[in-house]
Design a protein around this ligand. Structure first.
Ligand code: SF4
Length: 177
């Protein structure tokens, strides 16, 4: 299994979690909504935002890099919004709403810009990230393991924009689904 060398353009990736674990994670929908509420709180009145490298890691975790010529497919929980070109996380229970889009409209503040943000799969770049377990290195490797071992230059190549700080009042209501 390569790590960004593109020898095999369509490698197989293991599902991130065993189904029982994931079912447990998804059943904690309220917990994830609370996590997002915490993310909203972390934004603060000055629109604090994540740094560029962390956002690049988050984009890689959610969107993969096949659209950039790489071999990592998108996360299995990445969902297309009914709004063309927008995406949301189908694993956290927040639904398809403008404030839950991972990348916002016109480079404004999106969900991936929150400094504190949890991922149901605890992927790299997120606040609750956990290092892959040793067995995740066995073929087929997990996406998490793959990202942990990717050439860092490939992460740095991921195009992201960072919204300017605005002095607007942040949304304080957790998303309802
Ligand atoms: S937040 Fe996590 S589970 Fe959701 S789409 Fe991104 S990587 Fe996947």
């Amino acid at each position: 299994m390569g790590c960004g060398c593109n020898k095999n353009k369509n490698p197989e990736f293991r599902k991130e979690e065993n189904p029982e674990d994931l079912k447990t994670v998804l059943s904690k929908k309220l917990g994830m909504v609370q996590s997002f509420a915490s993310a909203l709180a972390s934004r603060g009145l000055s629109n604090n935002k994540v740094n560029k490298a962390t956002k690049q890691l988050r984009v890689l975790s959610c969107f993969g890099n096949q659209h950039l010529g790489g071999e990592l497919p998108p996360c299995e929980y990445l969902k297309n919004s009914t709004t063309e070109g927008k995406h949301f996380c189908g694993g956290c229970g927040c639904g398809d709403k403008p404030h839950t889009w991972l990348m916002a409209e016109n480079d404004s503040y999106g969900k991936l810009d929150y400094p504190k943000l949890n991922c149901p799969l605890q992927m790299p770049g997120f606040t609750n990230y956990e290092q892959s377990k040793p067995d995740e290195a066995n073929d087929p490797v997990t996406r998490r393991y793959y990202i942990e071992n990717i050439d860092y230059n490939k992460v740095m190549e991921i195009p992201v924009s960072l919204p300017e700080k605005q002095e607007t009042t942040p949304q304080t209501q957790p998303p309802q689904s």
